[in-house]
Write a protein that binds this ligand. Structure first.
Ligand SMILES: *[C@@H]1O[C@H](CO)[C@@H](O)[C@H](O)[C@H]1NC(C)=O
Ligand SMILES: *[C@@H]1O[C@H](CO)[C@@H](O)[C@H](O)[C@H]1NC(C)=O
Ligand SMILES: *[C@@H]1O[C@H](CO)[C@@H](O)[C@H](O)[C@H]1NC(C)=O
Ligand SMILES: *[C@@H]1O[C@H](CO)[C@@H](O)[C@H](O)[C@H]1NC(C)=O
Ligand SMILES: *[C@@H]1O[C@H](CO)[C@@H](O)[C@H](O)[C@H]1NC(C)=O
Ligand SMILES: *[C@@H]1O[C@H](CO)[C@@H](O)[C@H](O)[C@H]1NC(C)=O
Ligand SMILES: *[C@@H]1O[C@H](CO)[C@@H](O)[C@H](O)[C@H]1NC(C)=O
Ligand SMILES: *[C@@H]1O[C@H](CO)[C@@H](O)[C@H](O)[C@H]1NC(C)=O
Ligand SMILES: *[C@@H]1O[C@H](CO)[C@@H](O)[C@H](O)[C@H]1NC(C)=O
Ligand SMILES: *[C@@H]1O[C@H](CO)[C@@H](O)[C@H](O)[C@H]1NC(C)=O
Ligand SMILES: *[C@@H]1O[C@H](CO)[C@@H](O)[C@H](O)[C@H]1NC(C)=O
Length: 283
């Protein structure tokens, strides 16, 4: 009697173990399926927001009968099968950018440059924690600099140049994007002062703010950005003197300050190259 009882206990115990293992396996499998499906949904949402695609780029294979990782312009990680790169640049695409793009949680590089995308930039781009590169250069995007809804982004390269963005640079930009090496906001309609807090982006090598409507003095704290190689501030309404602290910028190779209301000579122990055309070509 005892024996039979313990045997049945044993088999129940084994059965329970089996069930747990099976449900764990199913959970793992569905977890992966749902993440791939999430990427697919995000990209299909993007496709649905494109109203004109003159080269029929997305019509080729952006559909559910082709695996997402085979779609043109999409690159996946070989192990996780998650989307890591999205490069649909230089296609003259018309449309808007949906916030669903923020669901691409393994994305490292997002290139939508040289299209005709309009509307605002969703703040969801700052919620992709793996993202290092973003270019929305040369579109027709408007509205303010997207707000930070989470704390820190891994972004190193941010290019919003040649759009019609407006408003001010958020003062807390460097507490949210502390790893920035490259930022260009050139050729937009931003206004207000250049925040002195930009000096907290200590990795910054390229800073492009030319051809906007920035006003006030150039903050002397910019002189703290000792890794700075290129600085573009031309074509604004900046006033006052060029800060002496710029003498600390030992790595600086290119600087443009043309078309402002600045006074004073550039400190002569640094050699600067005159670079009035750089604003269009370099940033
Ligand atoms: C889906 O993509 C395939 C290429 O992988 C293409 O042959 C097919 O025509 C597409 N289907 C639709 C409905 O667009
Ligand atoms: C997807 O790409 C892989 C690797 O390039 C290839 O082996 C496979 O046939 C492609 N699948 C489809 C449905 O195009
Ligand atoms: C699920 O994805 C992880 C990486 O995100 C991978 O290591 C694992 O092998 C995948 N599991 C299955 C069942 O595909
Ligand atoms: C992105 O696409 C453009 C246009 O097709 C191409 O010139 C560029 O090399 C691509 N970038 C990468 C990193 O593949
Ligand atoms: C982004 O697209 C532009 C235009 O096609 C290209 O010049 C640039 O190299 C691309 N960058 C990346 C990282 O894909
Ligand atoms: C995009 O538009 C420009 C100007 O209309 C044109 O020169 C270029 O060839 C177009 N590119 C594509 C990929 O359609
Ligand atoms: C994708 O993003 C949208 C909008 O940001 C959100 O409402 C939705 O819940 C997300 N979907 C998934 C599967 O994460
Ligand atoms: C962001 O950081 C602040 C201050 O460090 C903290 O209070 C807040 O909870 C954080 N928010 C998120 C979403 O992590
Ligand atoms: C900038 O950095 C300083 C020193 O690390 C810190 O005290 C300050 O709060 C930071 N300011 C912003 C706006 O991130
Ligand atoms: C720049 O700012 C001034 C003063 O606020 C305003 O009158 C002017 O229209 C602005 N220019 C542009 C291009 O936004
Ligand atoms: C930044 O620059 C200011 C003024 O030039 C200086 O007082 C301050 O100590 C510097 N901060 C850091 C963290 O280097």
């Amino acid at each position: 009697m005892e024996r039979v009882h313990s045997l049945s206990m044993m088999s129940r115990f084994l059965l329970l173990h089996c069930l747990i293992l099976i449900s764990l396996f199913i959970a793992a499998a569905t977890a992966n399926t749902s993440t791939i499906t999430t990427d697919q949904d995000a990209l299909l949402a993007l496709k649905a927001h494109i109203t004109h695609d003159p080269t029929n780029f997305l019509a080729k294979n952006w559909n559910t009968s082709t695996p997402v990782c085979n779609w043109t312009g999409v690159t996946c990680d070989v192990h996780s099968h998650r989307v890591t790169v999205l490069n649909i640049s230089s296609l003259n695409l018309t449309g808007t950018i949906p916030s669903q793009l923020g669901n691409l949680s393994s994305l490292q590089s997002l290139n939508l440059s040289f299209n005709r995308l309009s509307g605002s930039i969703p703040s969801a781009i700052f919620t992709m924690y793996t993202l290092k590169y973003v270019s929305f250069r040369e579109n027709q995007l408007s509205g303010a600099f997207p707000s930070f809804i989470f704390n820190k982004s891994s972004l190193q390269h941010l290019d919003f140049s040649h759009n019609t963005l407006s408003g001010e640079i958020p003062a807390n930009i460097c507490s949210n994007l502390p790893f920035l090496e490259y930022i260009s906001l050139s050729q937009n309609m931003f206004h207000g002062g250049i925040p002195s807090t930009l000096s907290n982006c200590t990795y910054l090598r390229i800073l492009g703010l030319s051809y906007n409507n920035f006003s006030g003095a150039i903050p002397k704290e910019i002189g703290n950005l000792t890794k700075l190689k290129e600085l573009y501030l031309g074509g604004n309404r900046l006033q006052g003197e060029i800060p002496r602290e710029f003498g600390n910028l030992a790595e600086l190779e290119l600087m443009s300050l043309s078309e402002n209301k600045l006074q004073g000579m550039i400190i002569n122990f640094l050699q600067f190259y005159s670079c009035s055309g750089c604003d269009e070509t370099e940033t």
